[in-house]
Ligand binder design. Sequence first.
Ligand code: ASP
Length: 467
Amino acid sequence: MTEPTESEDYKGYRDPMRGVMQRFGVTVWSEIHARTTRGDFEGLVLPRSETADADHLILKLVSGYNIGIRHDTVLEMRKVGYRKAEYKIPEEPFPVDPGKPRVMLFGTGGTIASRLDYRTGAVIPAFSPGELYGSVPELADICNLETEKLFGVFSENMGAPQYLVLAEHVGKAIADGYDGVVIGHGTDTMHHTAAALSFMVQNSPIPIVMVGSQRSSDRPSSDAARNLIAATWAAAKGPIAEVVVCMFGPTSDRYNLLHRGTRVRKMHSSYRSTFRTLGDIPLAMVHEDGSIEHLHENYQPRRDDRDAKVQIAFEDKVTILYYYPNMQPDVIDALVQCGYKGIVIAGTGLGHVNKTVYPALRRARDAGVQIYMTLQTLWGFVQMHVYETGREILDLGVIPLANMTPEVGYIKLGWALGLHPNDPERVRELMTATVAGEMTEGEPFDGYLVLQGGVPEAAELIRKVWW
Ligand code: ASP
């Protein structure tokens, strides 16, 4: 194996690609014209991570997208210039206007907080107000922004310790008189954190708006600035005083949607319009000029008091058990042996699992484990009186959770068990009562369709015809 190069000129590149670069006099940050067996390309040579493969050169095309060129496809590379990228975000003092609302932005990490360092893959945060103003000056037209970076993690690393810190800071921002809170967060688990905050900070008098981006701000199709601007409007001036997620509505840059924190879920790995409200319609649209168009008449309005109910706790020994055919009882026995106190099943259809696991469910129940049922279908209600299976599972002490999503059921059970570790009855009461819109009376006939599809034109048509 060739030793990784020490030289800045070939940062991260090893043979065989490094040899090809040397042969044509090309270094990192060279602007090149490359002729390859797979076509001609023009762009900027980017540094690589030391752990990346040795076969490819990474070229940032003029379009802003990156491609890999394999060493054995290169016919010729011609250096036509040199342009070293600067990562530093220009910092300018955020203008203060006493007539504008005060908004606190908490950073937790994720793509929204990042411009990628191509060499290390590390995140370069843009979180001081000056840096944000430098990159998104429109924010100063909306509010006086203050910022605090709580974490700098991708959202798979958010968990109970982070939820507790975040909820505490949100509670404090409410008490300190801010007009709204924005939370920058990775999109992958944003719906878990939105649920955690919905339970931990109830009855908020101000909007608590979570925002992320699917594409980092160095990419031409980035949704970072647009989402941040829309989220800041919703927090500064919006009338909805709930935990909401503010992300792209349709696939194009037309409006953002506000989704209730306990009904929202990331539904696409790469679309910018990835968040959808499940079992309901979104709460509102945020237009480009900051105006808010209500879609849902049922929401908690903004208030002047500071009477939020902050209850911060989380029990770690809770899990989602995603049922699959042929599940064996030992999976459930193992959870009991490991000290799990709560299980949220994501069952099939109306809320089912196979008969094979019944004895293990009975053993878990007898050991004091709380077991709840949610649905893999994500839309619709648990209905355990329809089939014999459902009735049998109910008899085993499994409690249905209406149309709560599995993720929200998991977060709620962690929170409820954390609050009342020695009061199982109180936990059951909390789990089966709606505290933050996590269960609804019914699902609207158009909820599945309105403003929810990948094709905005179809949603628009349905909206025009029905409304
Ligand atoms: N993996 C990233 C995260 O969830 C994706 C994103 O930020 O959108 O942190």
